[in-house]
Ligand binder design. Sequence first.
Ligand SMILES: [Zn+2]
Length: 459
Amino acid sequence: MREVRIKDSLTGRLQTIDPAEEVGIYVCGPTVYSRIHIGNARPFVVFSLLARFLRSEGFGVRLVVNVTDINDKIYVAAQDAGEPSAQFAARMTRAYFEDTDRLDLGRPDAEPLAGETIGAIVALIAALVESGHAYESGGDVYFRVRSFAAYGKLSNRKPQDMDQGEEAGSASLKEDPLDFALWKAHKVGEDTTWDSPWGAGRPGWHVECSAMAEAELGPSFAIHGGGSDLLFPHHENEIAQSEAAGRPFARTWMHNGMVEADAAKMSKSLGNIFQLSAALDRYGREAVLAFLISGHYRQPLAFGPQEMDQAVARVEGLRNFFRDHPLGVAGEVSPEQRREGLAATPPATRLEAFRQALAEDFNTPRALAQIFALISEANREEIVGAPEAVREMLELLGLGSVADPEESAGSDAEALLAEREKARAARDFERADAIRARLAEIGWDVRDSADGARLVPRG
Ligand SMILES: [Zn+2]
């Protein structure tokens, strides 16, 4: 097992992950007020692949990604949809599971819902009231920010730069504008409510995560993850609540950068490709994954049709590599024999550098560079074990399917192409043409050649 280090947002230093303990990872998942977009998919992908990598190194891992199903935005969106909010949130939660299932990275070990953790949430708030870190006011409960001396340590903000972003109406109930809500009294128009020692109401967003993290991983755990937009106030407030209540909480904070879409670059004809399901329909899971791991997780990532076309071309390049360099027959050599035989050969050296790149702050672009370096070496001269090593690396990034180009119906477009081939073989040219037209609609041209038809993104 190699040393794995992650840059901690709190200290700015690389923190070694303790191999002696199960690596508990809590990630803030989506607030289900709409279908998720590709930006929401980034933490899902980054942390799913981090867990996969850690397991491959021999770490025990427990990955928890919550679903925020109680939130102001949900009440608003449910009203717009003319649907009870609980029903709306349940429907959007199912859509989130379906959309992320299509990434084919498996599910996290636990996916708690705020709505199913109310008991633990109320208990945490009660402990904070008991110890003087929180107070009841008009049926609401607020966290007393100035009672927690370390407040601001994660975001490094000064009090005058802190805006809790809470609705103006709650200001009058607060002792101090810095304070934030742990419990909100029931309001007219909200169709879900829970009982508490402070009356009927619902929890605030921040305390939901403090309680869910502890319920799933205990009072102290290895990594807390989420998007960098959550640093303040969400994660700052999670720290305040949990540490004020005497829990050590997360040992390392890991934030992914935002996916930035340039609206101007996205013409109407592309449809809403920023939505994950639409991007998957158009580009397929492999290109979506290839795009999401193309940059270092901490950096912002520009999203647009051009970037996605590059990802599609990358995936196609990988498939072509396996068309030209078929994998050896499985079972011929054991992995151990293969490793011994490959010691200090290019595949072994690249594999080692690949794993080392992931071990050092999960640097996926540097890891990908090893894959492409080995591919260009193997394209220059035959290298024993190269296709197998490339597949092993891709497998760790969720892209192992490209090693089987014929099976790799990674996108709906690929499945359609196969349908078209069948129609042509059966001399049903009308149907074949209809499928070609359908492919064009979703952004693909078909190129026919001697060795079969291929998809090319429409330029
Ligand atoms: Zn959260």
